[in-house]
Design a protein around this ligand. Sequence first.
Ligand code: SF4
Length: 505
Amino acid sequence: MEFLAASLLELITQTSINLPPDVREAMSLAANVETPGTQSAQALDIILSNVDMAVDDEGPICQDTGMPTFFVHTPVGVNQIRLRKAIREAVAEATRRGKLRPNSVDSITGKNSGNNLGEETPVVHFEQWEEDEIELKLILKGGGCENKNIQYSVPCNLDHLGRADRNLEGVRKCILHSVWQAQGQGCAPGAVGVCIGSDRAHGYEIAKRQLLRTLDDVNPNAELAKLESEIMEAANSLGVGAMGLGGKASLIGCKIAAANRLPASFFVSVAYDCWAFRRLGVRLDADSGAITNWLYRDPARPIERMARGEGFPLTGREVILTPPLTEAQMRALKVGDVVLINGDMFTGRDNVHAYLMKNPPPVDLNGAALYHCGPVMLKQGEKWSVKAAGPTTSIREEPYQADVIQRYGVRAVIGKGGMGAKTLAALQQFGAVYLNGIGGAAQYYARTMEEVKGVHLMEFGVPEAMWHIRVKNFAAIVTMDAHGNSLHADVEKSTGESLASLQNA
Ligand code: SF4
C-alpha cells in the first residue's frame, strides 16, 4: 500500500478546503434567490468568496473541521486494522499541516490531544463489500451544526406546530421544527439528514449517513421523495435566511431514510449540517492504495469560482471601530449597522469564559472587542500565523457573557448566531454591542488578521486559548445593540409565526 498515506492525506485536505460540486451548486442557487442588498445576501456574498479563498490558500473552509468521520468499504481480505492505523496517521499529519483544527478533547481531563487523535477519535465505520476497490467517504461536520442535531420521540408537542403524531405528517412537522430551531446557530442555510424510526443511537447514525447522498439526488422511495421536496419548499418559506439574519435561503438539502422501529418507539432523528457541508470520497486500488477515482466530483468539470463580486461590497456607510471602544461609541450603534474593526481584538470561547468567572483576565479587557473564535493557528519559527478564524456559536457563552461584560468592561462581543436575554440586558445596562460575524467564513476573516500579537491561556489548547490579534477591516453586523434590540429575537419570532402557518399542510 505504498500510496495509501498520500491518498488519505489528500482526501482529508481536499475535504477540508474544497467544497463538493453539489454543495457549490446549491449555495449558488441559494445566493441567486436571495434579495439583493439584504443582510442575508451580504452574508452569502462573504460565504461564496470564502469558498474560493479556501481553495486559493489551501486552507480550511471553516476553522471548525469537526469530528473526522470516515465511512469505509473494503473488499474481503483487506486488513482493516492497518487501514485504521493509516487513517489515524493521516489525520494527525493533516492536523500538523493546519488542514484540520486540533479538535479532540479528553472528556474527563479537558485536555486537547493536539493531533485529533483520542478515544474513539477519529470515527471510522467499516463495512465489507463484494467489490475489488476500497471506498472511503469522509464528513467533516463542525460543532456548531452538530449541536443543532435533534431527535424527536413522537408523539410530541412542538413549538408553533402543535402535536406531531406517528405518521408522515408528524415527521414533516419534526423536520420543519429542526430547521427552525437551528436558526443562525447552525450556520444556515443548512442541510438535514433524517432517519424515521430505528432506535435512538442507530437512528442518529442513519440520519448522518443521509448526508452522504448528493444534494441533487432523488429519493428512490416515492413517498420520501415527495416529503423531501415538500420540506425544501416549506423550510425555505420560513425566513430564517443565511446565518439566521432573516431571508429566503434557509435549507439547501433534505435527505430522508426510513428504518424499522420497535412498536413502542417512534424516533425522528435529524443530523443538521451547515452550509460548509464538507463531504468527499475516493476509491482506492486495494493493492497500492492509490486513488483511482474521486467521488462527488465530476472530473470533466473544473472547480468553478463562486464569488459574485468582491465578497463584502463596502458602501462607505460602515462604522469604523478602533478598540479600545467607548460606551458612547457603542450606544451610537444600532441593529443593522455594519462595522469594520481595525486594531486589536482578543479571542475567547468556552474555557476562557469559564476561567474569567474565577480569575482576572490575563489582558486588559476594558473597551475590548472579544471574539468568540477557536482559530486554526500554525507556528512557523517563533511566529504564529492564522490559518482559519471564523466565529463560533455564541449562545454557549450565555451563562457567562453578562458577567464578563460587567466585570471587565468588554464593549463588543463578536460571534455568530446571537445571544440570549441575559446578555441583551447587560449590553443595554453597560453600553456594549453584539456583532454577528459570518459563520464558517474562516478564510475571509483570516485575511483580515494582520498579526498575532500574543497568546494567553495556551494550556487550554489552540482553539480555546486567548489569542491577541491585530485586524484590519474585520466586517460584522450589529445584531444586538445597547438599546434592547435583538435581530435574533426578531427573526426567531417572525419565523415562529411562519412555522405556525405551516401547521397543517
Ligand atoms: S460553518 Fe458554522 S456550523 Fe459549520 S462548522 Fe463552521 S462554524 Fe460550525
